[in-house]
Design a binder for this molecule. Structure first.
Ligand SMILES: Cc1ncc(C[n+]2csc(CCOP(=O)(O)OP(=O)(O)O)c2C)c(N)n1
Ligand SMILES: [Mg+2]
Length: 311
């Protein structure tokens, strides 16, 4: 058991957090980290980069404490989730079931540590709870469970299902005359699942323009490189051929991501796929592009090294 992170975790937002002045519009307002940029005069993208580093530290501490989990695919999607939870999503941490909220669906459920870190830093969960990842009776199971964790929209972990679920949720907005938007995060290896392509075809057929799929294109999956396990290329062309508006970005570049989310919002009559080129294990030198850390926690020594790099 790794015992340092508990203190590391507890020194962040819980101790800094004061009640959010108006949590009505976006997760960004709920975070002490986010608010502090107002005081420091830091640019919004610098502030988001700082939040991203905090989320990375949580991922390392949580998985090291649990002794298991999925750090690689959590680290690759950090900037995507940071932009969504701290800038893009219209949501209320104080009212997770608010009917008009934008929905974020984590289809690649093994990136649960990242989702929990974001939910904690936006006020859905106490940050101190993060160190209970994967414990018996914890709300933070290895894969997200909608029935027990506030802010989780879908119980997931079985890959391939999130986009279909997202289509249903997006169509419900249309039927109920609500204007919320739906964001689904998929892994690239997950796109080996045939259900993803059935969903892709359906979303274009139904002209679902309140739906955005973000694909964490880190080129790796559980067993190695995608190109060796199941070649996806030409990947953007496939989404395009299925009738989607396609935007390719550097998935670690906050400004590119925010611009892509803005572009998606303008798109009428078609869903948008944001193909985010990322690096699995991003931010920790010995984890980057290292498939060993797909589903293996860092040892205490590795966690110390990683946290130093992310200081
Ligand atoms: C239906 C299903 N098959 C297999 C798995 C086991 N599994 C967990 S993660 C993973 C690899 C996913 O790769 P990718 O989507 O690229 O994830 P990332 O690289 O973002 O971690 C697999 C095969 C699963 N969770 N669900
Ligand atoms: Mg991958």
């Amino acid at each position: 058991m790794y015992n340092l992170p508990r203190e590391v975790i507890l020194t962040t937002a819980d101790q800094q957090r004061t009640p959010a002045s108006d949590p009505s519009t976006s997760g960004a307002t709920a975070s002490a980290e986010a608010r502090s940029s107002v005081d420091t005069g830091e640019s919004p993208s610098k502030n988001l980069e700082r939040i991203a580093r905090t989320l990375r530290r949580h991922i390392i501490s949580m998985t090291a404490t649990a002794g298991s989990g999925h750090p690689g695919g959590s680290l690759s999607a950090v900037e995507i989730i940071t932009c969504l939870f701290f800038q893009v999503l219209r949501c209320r941490a104080s009212d997770p079931e608010w009917v008009e909220r934008d929905r974020f669906i984590l289809s690649k459920g093994h990136a649960a540590p990242l989702l929990y870190a974001a939910l904690a830093e936006t006020g859905y969960l106490p940050v101190g709870e993060l160190c209970t990842l994967r414990e018996m009776n914890s709300r933070l199971q290895g894969h997200p469970d909608k029935t027990c964790t506030p802010g989780v929209e879908m119980t997931c972990g079985s890959l391939g299902q999130g986009l279909s679920f997202g289509i249903g949720v997006a169509l419900a907005a249309r039927l109920n005359s609500l204007d919320y938007r739906v964001y689904v995060l998929l892994g690239d290896g997950e796109c080996d699942e045939g259900q993803v392509w059935e969903a892709t075809m359906s979303a274009a057929h139904f002209r679902i323009d309140n739906l955005v799929a973000i694909i964490d294109h880190n080129k790796l999956q559980i067993d190695g490189w995608n190109r060796e396990v199941m070649n996806l290329e030409p990947f953007p062309d496939k989404w395009h051929a299925f009738g989607w508006h396609v935007v390719e970005v550097n998935g670690h570049d906050i400004l590119q991501l925010l611009a892509a989310f803005g572009e998606a919002k303008q798109m009428k009559g078609r869903p948008t796929a944001i193909i985010a080129h990322t690096i699995k294990g991003k931010g920790v030198s010995f984890m980057e592009n290292n498939v060993d850390f797909h589903g293996k926690a860092p040892t205490p020594e590795e966690a110390d090294r990683a946290l130093k790099e992310l200081a």
